[in-house]
Design a protein around this ligand. Structure first.
Ligand code: IPM
Ligand code: MN
Length: 342
């Protein structure tokens, strides 16, 4: 049996409560199939407040040696915004070259969408993960004065955009064969034009895939008026961030939304995390829903080639939500209920 090393980073707030549930599910479905070893990493707010470390080089190097990473949530109100986000979460995405930020949205049976007539919602956002406005290019001069100038430059490379576009087409081929490019090419004429050309060029290789283009503002409308039109959406880092929060809301809350920060070239490990945050308001109460973390564990398995095991988890979650989704349950209760179906 092959051995897999899984880095576990519970992180902050409810991350600490939901990750053990996801790990228990991983342990159960891989039992007897492969040898999964879990390596705990103490990273996040507590660590930073304790010794000032965010992501030390030697820990980053150790992360690189793992086969995949299971992450809870990062963020703490005691720490100035941006420190952990940039220093830990984005640093891992960038240093591990996790260029595909894969975010599926599905309206499960038993979940109430805020939309009156949601229809069948089942789409995936392929969000670029290492460039765009997240790249950190820019700065501020004359800070704090009336003459202050603050810039954030959006970095878009042909290499970076093409690789996510290719990933999106391949994914569309396995699904309903429709690809929507979301951008703002009427205003962002440089990057928008490049993304559109790449989508058209790579699209020549995928004649079976229907392609469309939407401006990001229009796409936020379609996401609530006609979400069933979407199959695979490909977009840049910031548009993808915003759209996937909206997508989470449309399918009944980010409590059901998993994600993968994927290095599709497998040069470094990929990372799997719920798209929700650390939820400090409910942290420590044992009431956070671990479903998104459990679905993230399924994505992790899928990435490592355990698609049957991933499907088992997805099915268990689907059944759990259909039967008990409307009941109020504790974190550990939901975890046990899902485990019991495996
Ligand atoms: C997400 C989060 C992060 C992002 C933040 C915490 C840096 O909102 O994973 O969507 O913007 O990517
Ligand atoms: Mn976000």
């Amino acid at each position: 049996k092959q051995t897999y090393h899984i880095a576990v980073i519970p992180g902050d707030g409810i991350g600490k409560e939901i990750v053990p549930e996801a790990q228990a599910v991983l342990e159960k479905v891989t039992e007897g199939r492969a040898n999964f070893e879990y390596v705990d990493f103490d990273l996040g707010a507590e660590r930073y407040l304790r010794d000032g470390a965010i992501l030390p080089d030697e820990e980053l190097e150790r992360l690189k040696q793992q086969d995949a990473i299971l992450l809870g949530a990062i963020g703490d109100p005691r720490i100035k915004a941006g420190i952990l986000e940039r220093g830990l979460l984005l640093k891992m995405r960038f240093e591990l070259d996790q260029y595909v930020n894969l975010r599926p949205s599905k309206l499960y049976k038993g979940v109430v969408s805020p939309l009156a007539d949601p229809g069948d919602i089942d789409f995936v956002v392929v969000r670029e993960g290492t460039e765009g406005l997240y790249a950190g290019a820019g700065g501020s001069v004359r800070r704090g004065t009336p003459q202050e100038v603050a810039t954030e430059v959006s970095i878009n490379t042909a290499f970076g955009a093409e690789r996510v576009v290719r990933y999106a087409y391949k994914l569309a081929m396995k699904r309903r064969r429709k690809l929507t490019l979301v951008h703002k090419k009427n205003v962002l004429t440089n990057a928008g034009d490049m993304w559109q050309r790449l989508v058209d060029q790579v699209g020549e290789e995928y004649p079976e895939v229907e392609r469309e283009y939407l401006h990001v503002d229009a796409s936020t409308i379609f996401l609530v008026t006609e979400p069933s039109r979407f199959d695979v959406i490909v977009t840049d880092n910031l548009f993808g961030d915003i759209l996937t929060d909206e997508a989470g809301a449309v399918v009944g809350g980010v409590g059901y939304s998993a994600s993968g920060c994927i290095n599709a070239s497998n040069t470094y490990p990929s990372m799997f995390e719920p798209i929700h945050g650390s939820a400090p308001d409910i942290a420590g109460k044992g009431i956070a829903n671990p479903t998104a973390a459990i679905l993230s564990a399924a994505m992790l398995l899928d990435h490592l080639g355990f698609d049957q095991e991933a499907d088992r988890i997805n099915k268990a979650v689907e059944d759990d939500i259909a039967e008990l989704g409307a009941t109020s349950r504790s974190t550990s209760r939901i975890g046990k209920d899902i485990l019991g179906r495996l």
